[in-house]
Design a protein around this ligand. Structure first.
Ligand code: SAM
Ligand code: SF4
Ligand code: SF4
Ligand code: SF4
Length: 410
């Protein structure tokens, strides 16, 4: 199994939420926790066995390829007992009909035990652990409802994963608090010997909804929704990326895999980037909630982006519906002229539509809030990317860039 899976290049892909938005933590910046307000009428936010079976059967049968990827997401996935995931395996075997099935699971890591790790190892699951860097950064926002920090428990979880040789990678968010310390952040992951690192910028705006949710969707941009204070600024994001890139490109190419750098190189050479935010279009990755509701994307779980429910529509109908195709195509069609004419459009593609709530200097809507940071990053890495592209096209390792820098030829 590959150490990192890039689901967005696959034809039909859904992230499943077996406990909806329920969680044992209450990270201040979390976009998903408040989604439970969408389901106030449901007493329990738990995927039933009947729905699980229906989903697994239909999901496998909808695939056009011999490999099938399941992603378990939340909320906190480990709030289901191990027996739930053992049942998942049983159902996957029942409906596989010769297909290869992979599983990844995203977790905050605090509930990991020897039993969980044995299960993940024995069944080759890839485990994504959320950790925001060194303790002081992580604990600033990743606390439980009583305000108790989670770092120590997450590290215990990571040690268990290592002990049981489970394949894992780190998902870290970059927010107002940790963004100014890129090297502390990067060295932390290197010291952990974590070779696959994903960074996501936190960008949220506040908008009070009548059901209690307080985060805005991209459509809610007519009044001036304030930015949530934990959001990273465009300048912070640009500096953060450039600083880590400078260390990585000199020492770590081919050794440490940083998803955003890899995706940037992929766009530079004209391959599919393994990250949706830098891809030309969206719409390849939906979400299925605990009750069978399907949404366009994990960051668009809003009533207006609900595609239907698995009990009334097939997954194929929903994921290939005109609405979903349009959702995907809008990423490219709705780019403002500034992006269409941007030197780095081929690398950036206007990034994630959820962050496109700004206007260009000439008043056109749809500019990405992080534009300045991304432009700074792409402009900074361009000579190195050009070099790595040449190496790649000549079938030599892009890691030769490190030697070229040492010799001063770049
Ligand atoms: C919503 S959590 C669900 C899985 C699990 N509870 C966890 O924390 O890994 C999935 C990922 O989204 C990240 N995340 C949370 N809030 C975010 C936000 N506002 N913007 C971007 N990513 C966010 C988390 O740090 C985590 O890595
Ligand atoms: S652990 Fe995951 S789901 Fe829970 S609050 Fe934190 S980011 Fe959200
Ligand atoms: S909306 Fe954003 S998160 Fe969703 S698929 Fe598009 S780029 Fe990815
Ligand atoms: S860098 Fe800015 S202008 Fe260029 S494509 Fe990205 S968001 Fe658009």
């Amino acid at each position: 199994m590959p150490a990192t899976i890039t689901p967005f290049s696959r034809p039909l892909y859904l992230m499943a939420k077996p406990v909806g938005a329920l969680c044992n933590l209450a990270c201040k910046y979390c976009y998903y926790l408040e989604k439970s307000n969408l389901y106030q009428e449901n007493p329990k936010h738990i995927m039933s066995d009947a729905l699980l079976e229906k989903f697994i059967k239909e999901y496998i049968e909808s695939q056009t390829m011999p490999q099938v990827l399941f992603t378990w997401h939340g909320g906190e996935t480990l709030m289901r007992p191990l027996s739930f995931y053992q049942r998942v395996m049983e159902l996957q075997r029942k409906y596989a009909h010769g297909r290869t099935i992979d599983n990844c699971i995203q977790t905050n890591g605090t509930l990991l035990t020897d039993d969980w790790c044995r299960f993940f190892h024995d069944n080759h699951w890839l485990v994504g652990i959320s950790i925001d860097g060194p303790q002081e950064f992580h604990d600033e926002y990743r606390k439980n409802k009583q305000g108790k920090p989670s770092f120590v428990k997450v590290m215990q979880g990571i040690n268990l994963l290592k002990k049981h040789r489970v394949e894992w990678n780190a998902m870290a968010v970059v927010n107002d608090f940790n963004a100014d310390y890129p090297l502390d952040f990067y060295h932390f992951f290197k010291q952990l010997d974590c070779r696959y690192i994903q960074f996501t910028p936190i960008v949220e705006r506040l908008h009070q909804h009548s059901d209690g949710r307080h985060l805005a969707s991209v459509d809610e941009r007519n009044s001036s929704e304030p930015l949530a204070d934990f959001s990273v600024t465009p300048q912070q994001w640009g500096n953060f990326l450039c600083t880590i890139f400078d260390e990585w490109v000199r020492n770590d190419v081919g050794e440490f895999y940083i998803q955003l750098f890899d995706a940037t190189l992929a766009n530079w050479v004209g391959e599919q980037p393994g990250i949706c935010t830098l891809a030309k279009t969206c719409g390849h990755a939906g979400v299925i909630e605990f009750n069978g509701d399907v949404y366009s994307c994990d960051h668009f779980v809003f009533p207006q982006y609900k595609l239907g429910n698995i009990y009334s529509n097939t997954l194929i109908e929903m994921m290939y519906s005109d609405r979903q195709l349009q959702f995907g195509q809008d990423k490219q069609d709705k780019l403002p002229r500034q992006c269409k004419e941007c030197t780095y459009r081929f690398a950036c593609n206007g990034e994630c539509p959820k962050n496109r709530f700004c206007t260009t200097p000439d008043g056109e809507p749809g500019l990405n809030y992080l534009c300045q940071g991304y432009y700074q990053f792409f402009d900074h890495v361009a000579p190195y990317m050009d070099f790595m592209k040449r190496e790649f096209l000549a079938q030599r390792p892009p890691a030769n860039v490190m030697e070229a820098i040492r010799k001063g030829t770049i």
